[in-house]
Design a protein. Sequence first.
Length: 181
Amino acid sequence: MLNINEIQKQVSNLTQILNKEALLKVYNFPIRKDNQILWEWYSGVSNLLKQDTYKNIYDNIIDNENFNFIFLDGAIIQMMYKFDNSWRKISSHRLSFYPFISSQQLGENPDEYEEDIFGLRKFWDLSYTDNLSTPIRFDFDSDEKKFQEKNHSYTHMTIWWYKNCRITVSSPLTPYDFIWF
């Protein structure tokens, strides 16, 4: 697995590439804080784990600039990594995708959002109501105390629209793996 420098470089590279390709509305570059890779303006995400409406969670992320980047369609990406004390081994990560909350409105009124998407007509394909997305999160935690066979694997994917939907994943994901997913 990659060390702290390599993970930070991947997040930086992704941010630069996606911005250069004009796929991002806004972004925060990754920063290193002690043994963690976060983003500029990071203010914690524990409040997002509480039961709340998706709209409130999404708005909270936007209002606090608590993201790595936002795509043209409004989808949000968060990538957080924590390393062991040697900074060579990932001890935990949280990789989240939050789709834009008003995708149905976009599908019904694509012309209203033309300016926001820089005139890209292909955006209709992304916002069409049959293509609505669900929030997805990949979590990894090497802490043996948190592991519960069949209920809470070390690495898992959570699909938010489905209560208690956790799918075991074989290993931690790199930033490239997560974005390609």
